[in-house]
Design a protein around this ligand. Structure first.
Ligand code: HEC
Length: 168
């Protein structure tokens, strides 16, 4: 098992600069089938900020999980290497646990821990969706935070308060 997996990763390596199209396609299919019911594929900074604002006011969030772009950049912040990222995602979706999770505390508070969706997927499907997550999104968590802080009136003072408080 372990051996087959590393062979899979090695095959993808020569194409590192431009992601393997077939894996990307496969990963996206898995996403649509098994993840998109809860994770939207992409949500803009403005939309995410608006939801946070409403949630702070006590409203129920209109989504069931953090958007995938946010999740992917957050996980990449903790697991920057492709191989570690893929390992983490595969493991997490199969056996999610608060202690393992790197999502912000607010995500767990709002949505609870993710169900073990990966248990219903094959190794290949998990590998593909994790690969897709790694390559689908540009930018970094740091850039995303900066955009939150630097946005809007008041020169960012007090903006992103929620994000900062949660970073511990
Ligand atoms: C039933 C809803 C649901 C589905 C379906 C779902 N997720 Fe999630 N996911 C969540 C929630 C809620 C969180 C935030 C709490 C957490 O991290 O456990 C989350 C968080 C995550 C995280 C971040 C984990 C962390 O905290 O570090 C990853 C990675 C992830 N999901 C991947 C996936 C992938 C890949 C799929 C599809 C194969 C998927 N999810 C399907 C609800 C879902």
């Amino acid at each position: 098992m372990r051996k087959a997996l590393s062979a899979g990763l090695l095959l993808a390596l020569p194409l590192f600069a431009s992601p393997n199209e077939e894996l990307m396609k496969k990963g996206y299919e898995v996403f649509k089938k098994s993840c998109s019911a809860c994770h939207v594929e992409y949500m803009s900074h403005d939309e995410i900020r608006e939801i946070r604002r409403r949630v702070l006011k006590g409203e129920t969030p209109p989504i069931k999980a953090p958007p995938m772009n946010e999740v992917a950049l957050r996980v990449k912040h903790f697991y920057p290497e492709e191989e570690d990222f893929i390992e983490f995602v595969k493991d997490y979706i199969t056996e999610p646990m608060r202690e393992k999770g790197v999502c912000m505390p607010m995500a767990f508070k709002l949505f609870g821990v993710m169900p073990p969706i990966g248990k219903g997927l094959t190794e290949e499907e998990k590998e593909a969706v994790a690969y897709w997550m790694y390559h689908r999104y540009e930018g970094s968590w740091e850039e995303m935070i900066k955009k939150f802080h630097g946005h809007g009136k008041g020169k960012g003072k007090g903006k992103g308060r929620m994000m900062r408080e949660e970073e511990d």
